[in-house]
Design a protein around this ligand. Sequence first.
Ligand SMILES: Nc1ncnc2c1ncn2[C@@H]1O[C@H](COP(=O)(O)OP(=O)(O)O)[C@@H](O)[C@H]1O
Ligand SMILES: [Mg+2]
Length: 594
Amino acid sequence: MSSESPAPLRRLLGYMSEEPVGYAVGALLTLGYAAVFQLIPLTVRSIVAALDTPEVSAPIWRLVVISVVFAVFRMSSRIVMFRVGRQIEFRIRNDYFSHLQRLPQSFFHRHRTGDLMSRAVNDINSIRLFLGMGLLNVIQTPVLYVGALGVMLTIDPWMTMIVFGPYPLVIFVSRVFGRRMFAANLAGQEQLGRVSTLVHENASGVLVVRSYSLEERESARFEKENRTLFRRMMRVGFINISMQSSIGVLPATASALVLLAGGSAVTSGRLSQEDLWVFWIYIGMLIFPTMMLGFVISIAQRGFAALQRLGEILDTVPSIRDRPDRVDLEEIRGSVCLRGLSFRYPGARPEDALHEVSLEVAVGETIGIVGPVGSGKSTLVSVVPRLLEVPDGQVLIDGIDVNRVPIVLLRSSIAMVPQDSFLFSTSLTENIRFGKPDASMEEIREAARRAHVLEDVEEFPDGFETQVGERGVTLSGGQRQRIALARALILDPAILILDDSLSSVDHATEKAILDDLASAAAGRTCFIVAHRISAVRNANRIVVLEAGRVTAVGSHEELKTADGFYARLWERQKLEDEISSMQGSRVAGREDVA
Ligand SMILES: Nc1ncnc2c1ncn2[C@@H]1O[C@H](COP(=O)(O)OP(=O)(O)O)[C@@H](O)[C@H]1O
Ligand SMILES: [Mg+2]
């Protein structure tokens, strides 16, 4: 796999070449920056040369103007380069996720989805850092150096060597410290996360802690974690200070050398006083870009490693992709036709997961699907967005073989919410607009509202900016499922598939969601896989699957009286509901008495 995959650098250049204007402007600004950079010491030289004459005010004014222009170039080159970096990050992220969506499901059996995703988020962050700050410095610093070298060499090669002598050391030292700093920072952040989780847990579980008299144990645990946090943060500070002081020594040494060697050169008349100033000022001006270069080396290393890892996944050829005989369909309206569909998982037991399933679903119809565990419900709904490969002629969307519908159209028009949806370790906003990165805040709110999770989100202190995952809030199962639903609804899909995706949502909310969906679903085809009758009883038709075969199709009214799986399920759930409502009333009764 890796032998044919483009090297990270090639991949990066490929992305960069898609932003020619941005990089051209960035490069011009950088050149401007580097040129103006050299003007500063040169102007100081003119000032020093004219110091005792009345003409001195002209170069002083020039210096003021130059400093302003310098600041403008510096700012604008940064803005342009960071922007381009963001744009490329956006592309990489899109490519990555759309690639993941095209991968066959067998891929996800080999790689744990959660791993893939969190890795992707971290890796893409590393790449972003590299593309913005990293690339800026990688391009800018050498240009600065070359310019500075040119100016200094024409003045005095010997002094140039003295100025540049310590810089390799600066790069080396900042690199060493940069690496430590990164590790120390990471450790500090992680510990901070741990401590805040602990605070959060104890705050929300304060009654539990009290009622079990766990205060002491919890305090001890907290103190231990907090002490670790203190140590780690001290370490960050320590590294920071030692880095600054040891790097500070180097330009100080260079300055001393310049003064020493330069002073005697001035006395012997080999060097003019104003030229000495040029070297003196360069030392101060070059120190910061040089330090940055040191940091950037580590950033670049991490960025490249991240690109390499993403590359490995991007280069896994998706076995599900557009075929040459693709039909250039503009949109999907939402009718689905299964014709004698049989499916067997490769390498699985020699039984069909689906056996000769036939079903015609009209645009806008809602189909409920019930059946025992392992009866093929998930398999059935997975063939509609072509997550599994099926032979030609067995699955048609709007009358066209699913294998010939453009993948992009399939993925953007058919949204499937699996039972255990994965949320990314990023903000809720990002999670919801995952399939539609340009969605506005209104659209995000609207999707959240329709998924009945808006109120929950608004109760979080950070609202939609709340972070999910290890370093963020812990969402309940039902909240996760509703966020996942919002992620699907924001696509406004022609076909919506809920694969047991509201199982952790409480009854009342589930009902409210489904009612809303039904009222808004005019024209939208829905497949609802569920274990609870309540989720499917209002469907136009309900399909009963058993051992991969359709054993009954009909409305709730028809099926509940016909003898079979559905009627048994109905009876059982009715009984359960009665029992729980009896228990409920008994509890209520007791409360009344009390
Ligand atoms: N990736 C897989 N590889 C092999 N067998 C699978 C795979 N996924 C599901 N199956 C099998 O296919 C059958 C149908 O599974 P599934 O569609 O997930 O059922 P349901 O969603 O109704 O519980 C089951 O026997 C299951 O074990
Ligand atoms: Mg299933």
